[in-house]
Design a protein around this ligand. Structure first.
Ligand code: HEC
Ligand code: HEC
Length: 231
């Protein structure tokens, strides 16, 4: 528990859901937590809170069950929980000003995260970033269609049409790759696609899409997705 300046809040831990935790749960599912009018993501877009991985759904982020009981976050890059949250808030949710410890919204969110952390201590979760992009073997296109629905469709809408996507800022897949040959001459479009999925907006790639670590999406699932998209 390393949310600096929140000592007083710790006193309520273990007393069941508090009104603040309930407000925090609302904020967790609310894209309006971010002040940016272009943001359509809430914490719940990318994180489950379940103790066991949900079936039929692939989240970019880890489950936040027991998150407040972990010793560090982001594979050890973050040693303060608020910083770990602010990473998502600014990088993905287009938040301009990071959440501060004494902001009532941060406090409520923190209490909610504590309320979904029943164990006093929990192990840090592995987070394996794929830094060097290499091609992956293509898998089953049928499987790839399932991967698309489970991992990408919430934000990108239906494949080939984008139907149902919450924001047009997320391009239609795989059609967006049609320009890759011109934009990235000499690089196979499949590789550009893999880089986007593995790096999100990092390592020179722009945007606000989350990255997928190996734990979130295996190379096998990625290969199936590429087969489905004939990339
Ligand atoms: C667009 C997707 C996205 C959104 C929105 C998002 N996150 Fe994340 N978050 C990630 C990814 C990807 C990671 C890195 C993988 C991981 O550790 O879960 C991450 C990591 C984290 C971690 C570190 C977990 C650990 O143990 O390493 C915390 C804590 C966290 N997010 C909390 C939040 C909270 C709270 C919100 C809402 C304010 C939020 N995130 C919004 C994608 C997102
Ligand atoms: C949380 C929402 C979200 C999820 C989930 C998501 N994306 Fe995205 N994606 C976006 C947004 C927003 C953009 C446009 C901004 C950007 O490029 O980051 C984007 C852009 C892209 C691009 C285009 C990059 C370009 O400009 O050429 C590709 C390719 C892509 N996503 C693939 C995927 C795949 C494959 C998945 C599933 C494994 C996925 N995305 C899941 C939100 C998401």
């Amino acid at each position: 528990m390393r949310w600096l300046g929140l000592g007083a809040v710790l006193l309520v831990v273990g007393c069941g859901p508090t009104p603040a935790a309930e407000y925090g749960e609302e904020l967790f599912g609310d894209s309006k937590l971010s002040e940016s009018q272009y943001n359509t993501f809430s914490c719940a877009t990318c994180h489950s809170t379940a103790a066991t991985p949900p079936q039929g759904k692939v989240y970019a982020g880890l489950s936040l069950h027991n998150v407040a009981s972990r010793p560090h976050w982001w594979g050890g890059y973050e040693t303060n929980l608020l910083d770990a949250v602010n990473f998502c808030y600014t990088a993905f949710m287009r938040g301009v000003t990071p959440l501060t410890p004494d902001d009532p919204k941060s406090r409520a969110l923190y209490e909610y995260l504590v309320s979904i952390s029943p164990d006093a201590q929990a192990p840090a979760q592995p987070f394996t970033l794929v830094k060097d992009i290499t091609d992956v073997p293509r898998g089953s296109a049928e499987w790839g269609a399932d991967v698309y629905r489970a991992a990408c469709q919430d934000c990108h809408g239906e494949a080939h049409t984008g139907k149902g996507r919450p924001s047009k800022l997320a391009p239609i897949l795989p059609e967006v790759a049609a320009d890759y040959g011109v934009a990235f001459p000499g690089v196979a479009p499949g590789l550009v696609f893999i880089e986007k999925v593995r790096h999100g907006r990092f390592f020179g790639v722009g945007g606000n899409m989350p990255l997928y670590a190996r734990e979130a999406l295996s190379d096998k699932d990625l290969g199936a997705l590429l087969a489905y998209f004939e990339l």
